[in-house]
Design a protein around this ligand. Structure first.
Ligand code: PEP
Ligand code: CO
Length: 413
């Protein structure tokens, strides 16, 4: 099969991320926990992109810096699991591992891995990427439209007033540009955006098949996505995933959970970025709201002292999951915000740059995460709990988070 992305694009993303490593850009990496073969439709893709663009516009204002937009999209089909099996009633079944491996239905047939699923995943990724490229270059991403959607959110959300001032300031900035003679709807920078793709590089059979030698440089690139990350469960320094990704030139991410020691992190930096290329390596911390204040500063200090040019981004989702008494996996909006606050505070204390955020969200109106201005409660989770894996922020919770982070960054500057 032809590659999905071109090596030159992966190099461009490395350059964009290098700006984030140097404190001159902010990264928004976001999308589904697990994309679904059943959700493969233009509306799903469009609604997710719409929220992502809205968040990016607000964050650009907050940071007064370019926002590097990276989707967990067009290939996020494989999931690591803490347990290889799962108990459903009387049955002990293999765990669901994402649609590129098996099905989620609780039957032995559905849970049997099927390699044909890699082909389906490839085709869905290709079609999704094609539509994303069309939307982002064809006028859908026009900043004035995006701002219109944000104003609608502010006008219709329960706590909207809180964000009115931010939305109004962006509006003034657009009018100011227009008054200066910039034709806002014609300027390419305001009409088009670049959205990069990423997923967890977990299924090495698939990643290897899409790894190709670049005809321009002779280097190997994993052309299944622009950026790949190594998950918390597969980041062992002597493991297969680190070995594989050390050999390709794409920009890489590594998830760092609460057990990550400074020595391990430095070993990963040395192994994955021995030439210390800015933008090559993004460290995605997911430490938990309660522990980030203790755990993050020593990691920041060690990497800084070793002179590694890492991009630091915060995943406030994965260490803040708990199961309700009715058995639903969830996360609370306030806990997510608390980990983000800990992230900004730790970087302020260490003099390092809080380079971005990594989120799980959907454009749909789901009830999977608690709280937010719509105050989703535990008893409401069953209403629209649709995720295949982890609980995602819904569209409104995502926007609220973006406004809050933007205000936080604004205060900092
Ligand atoms: C994920 O990003 O969906 C995930 C499983 O994360 P982690 O590897 O950090 O647990
Ligand atoms: Co997840």
């Amino acid at each position: 099969m032809p590659p999905l992305v071109f090596a030159g694009e992966a190099r461009e993303l490395t350059a964009a991320l290098a700006q984030a490593a140097a404190g001159r850009a902010f990264v928004l990496q976001a999308g589904d926990c697990a994309e679904s073969f059943h959700d493969f439709a233009a509306v799903t893709i469009r609604e997710k992109l719409k929220i992502l663009l809205q968040m990016a516009a607000v964050l650009t204002w907050g940071a007064t810096l370019p926002v590097v937009k990276v989707g967990r999209m067009a290939g996020q089909f494989v999931k690591p699991r803490s347990s290889p099996t799962e108990r459903v009633g009387d049955l002990e079944l293999p765990s669901f591992r994402g649609h590129m491996v098996n099905g989620e239905a609780p039957t032995p047939e559905a849970r049997t891995p099927d390699p044909e699923r890699m082909l389906e995943g490839y085709h869905q990724s290709a079609a999704t990427l094609n539509l994303l490229r069309a939307f982002t270059k064809g006028g859908f991403a026009d900043l004035q439209r995006v701002q219109g959607w944000n104003q609608e959110f502010v006008a219709t959300s329960r706590e909207g007033r809180r964000y009115e001032q931010t939305a109004a300031e962006i509006e003034r900035a657009l009018r100011f540009m227009a008054a200066c003679g910039i034709e806002v709807s014609a300027a390419e920078q305001l009409r088009q955006v670049t959205l990069w793709t990423s997923h967890e590089g977990l299924l090495l059979d698939y990643e290897e098949a899409l790894t190709r030698r670049d005809s321009l440089t002779g280097d190997l690139y994993d052309c299944s996505a622009h950026m790949l990350w190594i998950g918390q469960r597969t980041r062992r320094i002597d493991g297969a995933h680190v070995e594989f990704f050390a050999g390709v030139k794409n920009p890489l991410g590594v998830k760092l959970g609460p057990d990550a020691s400074a020595a391990e992190v430095l070993a990963l930096c040395e192994r994955l970025n021995p030439e210390r290329i800015p933008g090559r390596l993004t460290l995605i911390t997911r430490l938990g709201a309660e522990r980030i204040a203790d755990l993050l500063p020593p990691l920041l200090a060690s990497v800084r002292e070793a002179g590694h040019p890492a991009v630091w981004i915060c995943d406030p989702m994965h260490a803040n999951v708990y199961t309700t008494s009715s058995g639903r996996k969830t996360r609370h909006f306030d806990t997510i915000m608390a980990e983000l606050e800990g992230f900004f505070a730790a970087h302020e204390a260490e003099g390092t740059w809080p380079g971005g955020v990594h989120l799980e969200f959907t454009g749909d109106d789901v009830t999977e995460c608690l709280g937010g201005s719509d105050r989703v409660g535990e008893d409401e989770l069953d209403a629209r709990y649709m995720t295949l894996c982890d609980p995602r922020l819904n569209g409104r919770q995502s926007l609220e988070l973006a406004f809050r982070v933007a205000e936080r960054m604004r205060a900092r500057r």
